[in-house]
Design a protein around this ligand. Structure first.
Ligand code: NAD
Ligand code: TYD
Length: 351
């Protein structure tokens, strides 16, 4: 094996796609997936690659510094792709501290371990921090986030991610750490936990349950198919410049209500329902506190410098996504029993 790469959060939504891509594309790398298997982590997401020779799983928590230090001693990682995080805005509103612990303290633990492990030779090493466009705050009707947009995070989630981004940059400037950061827009696709808008809505439509739309449904998000994000991560990990930030986006803005209407149309077709049936499930509910109005990413730097652009149009991506959830009912059913029911009750009963 010519390199050992640590991927954190590899049992989650985006992480599982990144692990799969790296394991398949780089048979000469040893890929170590570190994940605490929180409610969002699911090893079922990786069952097609988990017996590969170049793949290893370590269960552990990035907030546990002694464990992280020992892991770096054990494997002598050449690179880190850091995705582990608490990732859902609504949960961050209910319990900010968990986000501070994992997203900030956890990131610092990894940075410290990498710095100590690489201190005598940083050549060829790389610490890649995966972040979000939400750190830039909220846009009005026009404009795009560029890499130089001033940070203005407005939820406990985005604030904790912004804080971790600052710390990663600080380790670059202070300790000369070879870091790179990317900030991506909303992802969609297979294996997303059904607390997020698209899989939650697919599951509710399937079971004829109300689709909860926050506020007036006018908020805008820029959606990117998850495999396109994973491909960008591969390119940036290998070809990005140390100390640089790259924005990643789908160039694909949708108002929530328009997106859900499109999803209803696809679901009607796939479920053999009369056109317009699923739309009747749309239910406007109390808005999210501090709900950011619009996110939109300008990813021209990534296209110009590293040649990446999204490969999949949304019309195609959303059909692929719906097909996957309908074909993987067992995956969804195992998740939506037990703890998920309690979460759903708490989040939605008083809206
Ligand atoms: P996810 O919630 O689906 O997965 C997170 C993973 O991290 C899970 O497997 C979980 O078990 C693991 N994890 C959580 N806390 C941990 C801890 N303390 N120690 C070890 N593992 C822990 O999240 P996701 O949507 O796949 O997001 C992955 C990363 O991408 C995050 O850093 C997120 O901020 C970023 N991101 C997500 C999106 C998006 O649309 N989902 C967009 C841009 C950036
Ligand atoms: P989400 O998938 O939680 O991603 P993020 O908050 O990180 O953008 O939400 C996407 C959009 O959908 C966001 O504007 C909030 C909205 N939303 C709803 O209207 N209803 C819901 O039940 C959820 C989970 C989200």
């Amino acid at each position: 094996m010519n390199k050992t790469i640590l991927i954190t959060g590899g049992a989650g939504f985006i992480g599982s796609h990144v692990v799969r891509l790296m394991v398949r594309n780089y048979p000469d790398y040893r890929i170590v997936n570190l994940d605490a298997l929180t409610y969002a982590g699911n090893l079922e997401n990786l069952k097609d690659i988990d017996s590969k020779d170049n793949y290893l799983f370590e269960k552990g928590d990035i907030t546990d510094a002694p464990f992280i230090n020992q892991l770096f001693k054990k494997y002598r990682f050449d690179g880190v792709i850091h995705l582990a995080a608490e990732s859902h805005v609504d949960r961050s509103i209910a319990d900010p501290l968990a986000f501070i612990q994992t997203n900030i303290i956890g990131t610092v633990n990894l940075l410290n371990a990498a710095r100590d492990s690489w201190k005598d030779d940083m050549v060829g090493k790389r610490f890649y921090h995966i972040s979000t466009d939400e750190v830039y705050g909220s846009l009005g009707e026009t404009g795009f986030f560029i890499e130089e947009t001033a940070y203005d995070p407005r939820s406990p989630y985005s604030s904790s991610k912004a804080s971790s981004d600052h710390l990663v940059r600080a380790y670059h400037h202070t300790y000369n750490m070879p870091v790179v950061i990317s900030n991506c827009s909303n992802n969609y696709g297979p294996n997303q936990f059904p607390e997020k808008l698209i899989p939650l809505s697919i599951n509710n439509i399937k079971h004829n349950k109300p689709i909860p739309i926050y506020g007036k449904g006018e908020n805008v998000r820029d959606w990117l198919y998850v495999e396109d994000h994973a491909r960008a991560i591969d390119i940036i990990f290998h070809e990005g410049k140390n100390g640089e930030t790259y924005n990643i986006g789908g160039n694909n803005e949708w108002q929530n209500i328009q997106l859900i209407k499109k999803l209803c149309e696809v679901m009607d077709q796939k479920l053999g329902r009369v056109k317009g049936t699923s739309e009747k499930l749309i239910t406007y509910v109390t808005d999210r506190a501090g709900h950011d109005m619009r996110y939109a990413i300008d990813s021209s730097k990534l296209k110009r410098d590293l040649g990446w652009e999204p490969s999949l149009q949304f019309e195609e991506g959303i059909v692929k996504t719906v097909d996957w959830y309908l074909e993987n009912e067992d995956w969804m059913n195992r998740i939506v029993t037990g703890e998920y029911e309690k979460y759903y009750q708490n989040q939605y009963q008083h809206r």
